[in-house]
Each structure stands twice: as structure tokens, then as C-alpha cells.
Ligand binder design. Structure first.
Ligand SMILES: Cc1cc2nc3c(=O)[nH]c(=O)nc-3n(C[C@H](O)[C@H](O)[C@H](O)COP(=O)(O)OP(=O)(O)OC[C@H]3O[C@@H](n4cnc5c(N)ncnc54)[C@H](O)[C@@H]3O)c2cc1C
Length: 381
């Protein structure tokens, strides 16, 4: 038996996977399991590696109708003629990944958790304190398990209670998230446009029920950008100025904004406690990797716990926790430095640096092994 705190995209996936492996789970969530979930606008890029993981969890059949293939990724710097083009056929027949709306993903996970054989959902739960192997709650009393897993997001209560130090990087930016329908089809292409004010991604979505082509935008810019208030026609015009390739665009959703913040921790374990997902690492969404990284935490932790269970071992032993920490260190640090470095590199508004960046993209595009290396990283394979 283990306790998981937090039933977000990562905690819910972990509960499902552990249940499949015959490990009992108590899943604690502060909110109620609402149905239907509130839309929050995020269009999540699910890498091919994550798609395989979701398939293994038995979730893909339900998700497939809501998933838009990414067949091409195009990267360029605003005003530059050089683009870096990734094409799925360079590596085979499978897409580079999928775009799925956040609430579709979470609904599918919650539905599956509800029917998971070994998961007990304790929602509307108020946590009071934690000791190694023990969680004190207001509604459900004292819960005991050899391992407590913090999957409670960037502001993790578990992390704070067990005194794991974290450092937060505020980029002083926010991201506008909204959905647009457009005249020309997106042809399963995800675009990343770098501008000095911040990166801009336009991500292909499944067609609307009326058969219109639509995309989600993640537009990073100054925290003072008037995105919440700017009239719709002006917003649409600004979008077409940056991105003229889809013809006329029309806003097709409300607007959501998110502060852009990254977070690192000094360790991912404490006695009988381990962190997964955003509680252990939060990334700038520039590369759409946050939850993909969290699901890799899940896959590794589930494997380690399953091996320990089969051997009749202690699921919260220091040896097991340090094995998890060792396995995840490079992935966590590597992606943080990559996303943070990319953000800083493209924030420099200088013609020489800009030329070097553009030349860099051109070089990657011209050297097939290098291009394939970056493609595989983006695809999580
Ligand atoms: C604009 C934007 C775009 C993004 N795009 C992508 C993308 O394309 N691809 C990608 O991989 N990632 C993307 N991400 C990142 C991704 O959304 C996150 O990495 C992911 O949602 C983190 O999931 P989580 O389950 O770890 O945490 P959360 O989603 O924060 O979930 C935490 C859960 O814990 C619960 N909880 C919190 N505190 C408590 C408590 N005290 N007790 C009990 N329960 C608690 C919460 O209610 C919640 O259910 C994006 C992020 C943003 C902001």
C-alpha cells in the first residue's frame, strides 16, 4: 500500500499504473472529483513516449478521439527566413506526438482511477501533518503506509512538510492560452515562433464539431501584456501579424493566462516520502515537456515499486528511494537547463546573437544525426 497526495495528471496516472501492478493506493485529493471538469485552456503536447505510457495504462482508447497528431514541428525566429523543420517521416510512420486538451486528459484519468481495482479515492481531503509513513487528515483521520508520494503540484504541501528545499524562478512573464479557428488547415503542424518578447507556440487541435480547423495558442510575453482586456478583433489581428500562415483567425474560446515559473528542488526524497511531477520540477512551457517529464517519473517509480513488491521488500526503504532519485536526476536537471537556457537565449535582443541563433537552427536542420537527436528528445523516445 502507498499513499499518493494529489490527483492531477501525474498523481492520477501513478495511481492507475500502480493499481495495474497490484499495488494498493490511497489517493488523497483536496478537491472534489467534479464532473465535467472545468476547462483551463491548456493544449498539452503529449510526446510519442508518453502516448505509449498512456496506452500501457489502458487510457489511450478513450483519449484517441480527442488527440490530434503532430506530424511536423516548425521552429523559427520572428523575421527570419530560416526554419527548422521536423517531419515525422524522418523517423518512421508514427507521429511526433499528440495535442490533447488538458481537461480531456484529466477526465480520462479520473474516470479510469474511479474504476481502478486497487485505488481508494479520498477526495475533499484536508491534510494536517505528515510523519514518515503517516499522513494526518481532517476528514479521514490518520493514514499509514510505508511510502507517501507527493504529486501535489508546484506548491506542494508534502514537499514543504518534509522540508525539501525548492527554488522558484519567476520569469516575470505570463502565457496567454486561447483557442482559434482558422481559414487554412493546420496540416498537423506545431509551430514554435521565437520573439524577443517571449516564445509563441501554435498547436494543432482536433477539428471543431462543425469541422473547422482549430489550434491552441501559448503566447508568452510580459506580465503587463493586456491580454485579458484587449478587444478580440485586435487580439486576432496581433496573432495574424505574428503568424500569417493560417489566413483569417477567429478566437474560439475564453482567454486564460498563466504565470511563467520554473521550480527545482534540492532532492526528491525524504524518509518514506518521494516527489513526482510538478512537486519535484516545474518547467517553462516553452518545449511542452512538464507533464511528459512527470509521467516519466511515474513510469520509473512504478517499475521500482513493482520490483520491490514482487520481492516482498519495503516500499519505502532508503535504498529504493535513492534508486529512484538516481534514475531521475539527469532527466530533471537536463530538461530544466534546456528549457531555461532556451528561454534566456531567445530573450537576448541583439542582432549578432540573433544571427547565431538562426545559424544554429540552420545547422541542426542540415546535419541529419543532430536533427534526429533533437527529434527523439522532443518525442520522448
Ligand atoms: C500554459 C501551460 C502549458 C503547458 N503545456 C504543456 C505541454 O504542452 N506539455 C507538457 O508536458 N506540459 C505542459 N505544461 C505543464 C503541465 O501542465 C504540468 O507539468 C502538469 O499539469 C503537472 O501535473 P501535476 O499532476 O504534477 O501537478 P498539478 O496539475 O498541479 O496537480 C496537483 C494535484 O494535487 C492536488 N493538490 C494540491 N495540493 C494538495 C493538498 N494539499 N492535498 C491534496 N491534494 C492536493 C491538486 O488539487 C491537483 O489535483 C504546461 C503548463 C502551462 C502552465
Amino acid at each position: 500500500m502507498v499513499i499518493i497526495v494529489g490527483a492531477g495528471l501525474v498523481g492520477a496516472a501513478l495511481a492507475i499504473r500502480l493499481s495495474q501492478l497490484g499495488i494498493k493506493v490511497q489517493l488523497l485529493e483536496k478537491n472534489a472529483y467534479k464532473k465535467p471538469l472545468k476547462k483551463d485552456g491548456r493544449t498539452i503536447a503529449v510526446t510519442l513516449g508518453s502516448q505509449k505510457f498512456l496506452e500501457q495504462c489502458g487510457l489511450w482508447q478513450a483519449l484517441a478521439p480527442t488527440a490530434q497528431r503532430i506530424n511536423h514541428i516548425r521552429v523559427f525566429e520572428q523575421g527570419s527566413a530560416w526554419t527548422l523543420d521536423y517531419d515525422y517521416q524522418d523517423l518512421g510512420v508514427e507521429p511526433m506526438g499528440y495535442i490533447i486538451e488538458f481537461d480531456c486528459l484529466l477526465s480520462a484519468l479520473h474516470k479510469s482511477v474511479k474504476s481502478a481495482k486497487h485505488v481508494e479515492i479520498l477526495d475533499n481531503c484536508t491534510l494536517q501533518s505528515i510523519l514518515p509513513g503517516e499522513v494526518h487528515t481532517k476528514e479521514y483521520g490518520v493514514l499509514k503506509a510505508p511510502l507517501v508520494i507527493g504529486a501535489d503540484g508546484r506548491h506542494s504541501w508534502v514537499r514543504n512538510q518534509v522540508n525539501i528545499k525548492s527554488s522558484t524562478k519567476e520569469y516575470g512573464h505570463k502565457a496567454l492560452v486561447a483557442h482559434f479557428i482558422h481559414e487554412k488547415p493546420h496540416q498537423s503542424t506545431a509551430w514554435e515562433v521565437f520573439q524577443p518578447s517571449g516564445p509563441f507556440a501554435i498547436l494543432p487541435m482536433v477539428d471543431t464539431p462543425q469541422g473547422q480547423s482549430q489550434s491552441g495558442v501559448v503566447w508568452c510575453g510580459s506580465k503587463d501584456a493586456p491580454w485579458e482586456t484587449i478587444p478580440t478583433t485586435k487580439l486576432e489581428q496581433q496573432l495574424m501579424d505574428i503568424f500569417p500562415f493560417y489566413g483569417k483567425v477567429t478566437l474560439n474560446s475564453q482567454r486564460w493566462t498563466f504565470p511563467l515559473v520554473a521550480l527545482t528542488v534540492d532532492k526528491v526524497t525524504a524518509p518514506r516520502t518521494v516527489l513526482v511531477g510538478d512537486s519535484a520540477h516545474a518547467l517553462h512551457p516553452i518545449a511542452g515537456q512538464g507533464v511528459n517529464l512527470g509521467w516519466r517519473d511515474v513510469a520509473h517509480l512504478a517499475e521500482i515499486l513493482s520490483e520491490a513488491k514482487d520481492l516482498g521488500g519495503d516500499l519505502g526503504s532508503p535504498h529504493l528511494l535513492s534508486q529512484y532519485a538516481r534514475r531521475r536526476k539527469f532527466d530533471h536537471k537536463g530538461l530544466y537547463f534546456f528549457t531555461d537556457g532556451l528561454t534566456r537565449l531567445y530573450a537576448v535582443d541583439n542582432s549578432i546573437v540573433s544571427f547565431a541563433r538562426q545559424a544554429g537552427l540552420a545547422v541542426i536542420g542540415k546535419i541529419p544525426p543532430l536533427k534526429k537527436f533533437f527529434m527523439k528528445k522532443a518525442m520522448g523516445i
